[in-house]
Design a protein around this ligand. Structure first.
Ligand code: ADP
Ligand code: MG
Length: 238
């Protein structure tokens, strides 16, 4: 496990500021949900955590390490994307094994880690299939498998369920929470879905327009929203 600290972080794309000074603390083992309307900067913040975007100003630490200048591969994180980004020409096994092969992990260790992830996710019987032969939920599990095999301290999720139907979404929320618990990771989960945020989060971070409006436990935000935006977004009358 590892804590995550985001301190005074700003991000400009060219002359446009999209993150305007954000401070967030996420504890070891916490499940934090970043929630807010489309375009408010959730993905950008997550991508900075992953090292996929440069930080214009401020500091991000994972555990005790400032990661601002650390390449993505060296960060102790793994990210699950919205569009799964599975390799269509690779089997389920190879999809999960690929990043480990790139990292020159020994073949027997690769197999061990893929087997463990597949058994956790119920993919053991699907290892020879190709992405096009899988249902949406199965594809999502493979995408999670690719993150799990890396055995990260921190999981990053960017709207991982938005392509699934409502029923499956409810089921996968529970699965992701269980996974988080079982693997004892710290998780940062991005969604624009208030219900997802309320049901999954230890800590909710409500964002608007590149700033954090409020963060705290779901019920605290529900009972004591700092403004109408948070109240409206979280769904209490206030
Ligand atoms: P969210 O994930 O909350 O929907 P994003 O982080 O994707 O929001 O985007 C925040 C803002 O930054 C948006 O206005 C978006 O258009 C802009 N943006 C995101 N990525 C880029 C980029 N690579 N270049 C320029 N602008 C970007
Ligand atoms: Mg986004």
């Amino acid at each position: 496990m590892a804590s995550v600290q985001i301190r005074g972080v700003q991000k400009y794309f060219g002359g446009t500021q999209v993150i305007r000074g954000v401070d967030i603390d996420i504890k070891d083992g916490e499940f934090a949900v970043l929630v807010g309307p489309s375009g408010c900067g959730k993905s950008t913040l997550l991508r900075m955590l992953a090292g996929l975007e440069e930080i214009t100003e401020g500091e991000i630490s994972i555990g005790d390490t400032v990661v601002n200048d650390m390449p993505p591969k060296e960060r102790d994180i793994a990210m699950v994307f919205q569009n799964y980004a599975l390799y269509p020409h690779m089997s389920v096994y190879d999809n999960m094994a690929f990043s480990l092969m790139l990292a020159k992990v020994e073949k027997s260790a690769v197999k061990e880690r893929v087997d463990r992830a597949s058994s956790i996710l119920g993919l053991t019987n699907l290892l020879d299939r190709y992405p096009r032969q899988l249902s949406g939920g199965q594809r999502q599990r493979v995408a999670m498998g690719r993150a799990i095999v890396r055995d990260p301290q921190v999981f990053l999720f960017d709207e991982p369920l938005s392509n699934l139907d409502a029923k499956l979404r409810v089921q996968m929320r529970a699965e992701i929470r269980e996974l988080h618990q079982r693997l004892r990771t710290t998780s940062v989960y991005v969604t624009h879905d208030q219900i997802e945020a309320m049901t999954m989060a230890d800590q909710i971070v409500v964002m608007r327009d590149g700033v954090v409006e409020q963060r705290g436990r779901p019920l605290d935000l529900y009972d004591h929203p700092v403004n109408l935006f948070v109240a409206g977004f979280i769904g209490s009358p206030a």
